[in-house]
Design a protein around this ligand. Structure first.
Ligand code: ADP
Length: 391
């Protein structure tokens, strides 16, 4: 079995897959450092209990204890490997990798690049090392799929010191999802080599231009704040706004960046919510701010589709919508595609509204390129990378 772990600063999400890649359990240890709740769903059953999770080590211990008690695993050796989702791999960790002391050192060196996320990952790895001392651990990085982005797309037009001394470049994120969708599309389209425009539209959102199966460009940048408008993140804004607003509000640049991350995007513009469903509900009631939020949101996606079609010289095998909003909102898909006016994309409204299993084609016969909605599965991707590495 493979345990897949998604570490957060106060939570640990996990899933267990059997050798056939079937999910047999999933769970969440949350409120770590506050009090603690552990939930495990397995088959039709659900386990839930309150704990005192003073730290990640105690949470990891209880996760494993309960997997044994519930007989989801019979002994520690049943877990052949643990795959971790790690947000930032920096410049060097550019593929899934067996975690040893050197890799941990390298991960430590890039904590500055994603302080909250990477610190949580380090603490969680250490916690599971204590309970599973003999098990192999694999790190899967959200940045690594984008290691292939050419310099013309990853180099910011600033001076070399930023890049060489301080590692400032476009890293890109959501790479585990983009890799999953690329593999899935190869099998759906029955092609070994694909060019794709993938729109991962969840609470966090980014697009990826995939050329010959590899990431060629993406909208997130040095951090996940860049690119599209998101649930609470602004996406691209003029960087001078930061020092200007810090001066006006007599606060620090750090505080303003925090507002761009947490109080902007759908939440900031609509003044309603960061949740896309809430924003569309207000929009349907005629709320003008919600309408503006929706219009900016879809416009940024449409603009990128045109940009990426251009970067692919028009050789696009498919445009894909995925993640919470992309998978579920026919309205967003329809409106974003309607807003792409120059490359002849067309949605089939009926197909677009149908419910589906893991993927569905939603374009009309007239569309220049096929358009799909595809359900992403980052945990399954991590499971598959982990299996490959521990072999
Ligand atoms: P993340 O993983 O980035 O936290 P998700 O991929 O889970 O986010 O996406 C969350 C977003 O998906 C929310 O804005 C939510 O409103 C939206 N969403 C989820 N289900 C639906 C639905 N049925 N229709 C429209 N939007 C949905």
């Amino acid at each position: 079995m493979i345990l897949v772990v998604n570490p957060g600063s106060s939570s640990i999400k996990f899933k267990i897959f059997n050798v056939k890649d079937q999910e047999i359990a999933q769970g969440l240890a949350e409120r770590i450092g506050v009090d603690g709740v552990l939930t495990i769903k397995y088959g039709e059953k659900k386990f839930e209990e309150k704990y005192n999770f003073k730290n990640h080590t105690l949470a990891a211990k209880e996760i494993i204890n309960n997997l044994l008690n519930l007989k989801i695993i019979t002994k520690l050796d049943d877990i052949l490997g643990v795959g971790y989702r790690i947000v930032h791999g920096g410049k060097k960790l550019d593929r899934p990798i067996l975690i040893d002391d050197n890799v941990l050192k390298e991960m430590n060196a890039c904590i500055d690049l994603a302080p909250l996320h990477n610190k949580a990952a380090m603490v969680t790895i250490e916690a599971f090392r204590n309970v599973l001392p003999k098990t192999k651990f694999v790190g899967c990085f959200d940045t690594s799929f984008h290691a292939t982005i050419p310099q013309v797309n990853h180099f910011y037009p600033i001076n070399w010191e930023y890049y060489e001394k301080y590692d400032v470049k476009r890293y890109g994120f959501h790479g585990i999802s983009f890799e999953f969708i690329t593999e899935k599309m190869k099998s759906i389209l029955k092609k070994d080599n694909v060019n794709l425009i993938i729109c991962h539209i969840g609470n966090g959102a980014s697009c990826c231009c995939v050329k010959d199966n590899k990431s060629f460009d993406t909208t997130m940048g040095f951090t996940p704040l860049a690119g599209l408008m998101m649930g609470t993140r602004s996406g691209d804004v003029d960087p001078s706004i930061i020092s200007y607003m810090a001066g006006k509000k007599n606060t620090t640049a750090h505080e303003i960046v925090d507002e761009l991350n947490k109080k902007s995007g759908l939440l900031g513009v609509s003044s309603v919510s960061s949740d896309f469903r809430d924003v569309t509900q207000s929009l349907e009631k005629g709320d003008k701010k919600a309408k503006l939020a929706f219009d900016i949101y879809k416009k940024r996606i449409s603009d990128i589709i045109v940009n990426y079609a251009n970067q692919l010289d028009g050789k696009v095998d498919a445009v894909i919508f995925t993640a919470g909003v992309g998978e579920n909102s026919y309205l967003l898909r329809e409106e974003a595609i309607k807003n792409v006016k120059i490359i002849g994309l067309e949605i089939d409204s009926n197909e677009n509204k149908k419910s589906y299993d893991d993927f569905t084609k939603i374009s009309s016969a007239k569309s220049a390129y096929p358009i799909y909605a595809v359900r992403t599965d980052e945990e399954l991707m991590i499971c598959s990378s982990t299996k490959k590495i521990i072999k």
